[in-house]
Design a protein around this ligand. Structure first.
Ligand code: PRP
Length: 211
């Protein structure tokens, strides 16, 4: 597993605004998109490309285009949906699959409640979007789901991570081609499974509280 923690002043600046409890939902959504576009730049560093001959107004040259099959972006509902716009700004030709997951608030056990993914993901580069990597349970289940459909090359883009969750994922995915790109690696989890200092519940801050 490869882990990349962003190190860029613009990311820290936007992340600080996102963490601030005074930031409203509309601002939170806009900032999430901007942040993801910056993280996507790093997450797509190894995206597959192929040569393509092009003609400029001056001469011909060997350019580059994204290789087929196209990459697949998978936001984890609900909060991952807030990251989709920023990601497809950079990868407009990507296919988008959806995975709906929710944690039991007491046990923190995740479960899948919706799935719309291509049946066969072999030979597809997959990008999972989920803002929070807390215990790692949700991301791990999503990663397993995607590897079970034949994917071999998976990158997860998360805005915040906790060391406990990262360690759990590392242990459970040994030997797999997995990259995790984080906006920041925070200090720890608290007793409720929230990232500290964190930003609270990303789903609620994006979309409000649902019962
Ligand atoms: C949050 C978050 C992640 C998950 C992280 O989702 O968006 O999916 O928890 O926690 P974990 O690493 O401990 O599994 P939540 O279950 O709150 O659902 P939501 O996105 O619908 O708000």
């Amino acid at each position: 597993m490869q882990v990349h923690v962003a190190d860029h002043p613009l990311i820290s600046h936007k992340l600080s605004l996102l963490r601030d409890q005074a930031t409203s939902s509309p601002q939170f959504r806009a900032l999430t998109s901007e942040l993801v576009a910056l993280l996507a730049y790093e997450a797509t560093r190894n995206i597959r490309v192929e040569p393509r001959e092009i003609t400029t107004p001056v001469s011909t040259m060997l350019g580059t285009r994204l290789a087929e099959p196209r990459p697949v972006v998978v936001p984890i509902l609900r909060a991952g949906l807030g990251m989709l716009e920023g990601m497809v700004q950079l990868l407009p030709s990507a296919e988008v699959g959806f995975l709906g997951m929710v944690r039991n608030e007491e046990t923190l056990e995740p479960s899948v409640y919706a799935e719309r993914l291509p049946e066969n993901l072999s030979n597809r580069q997959c990008f999972i979007l989920d803002p929070m990597l807390a215990t790692g349970g949700s991301l791990l289940q999503a990663i397993d789901f995607i590897f079970d459909k034949g994917a071999t090359d998976v990158t997860a883009v998360c805005i915040l991570g906790a060391p406990e969750g990262l360690a759990a994922i590392e242990k459970a995915t040994a030997g797999r081609d997995l990259t995790i790109v984080l906006g920041a690696l925070d200090e720890k989890l608290n007793e409720q499974g929230f990232i500290v200092p964190g930003l609270g519940d990303a789903g609620d801050r994006l979309y409000g509280t649902v019962g």
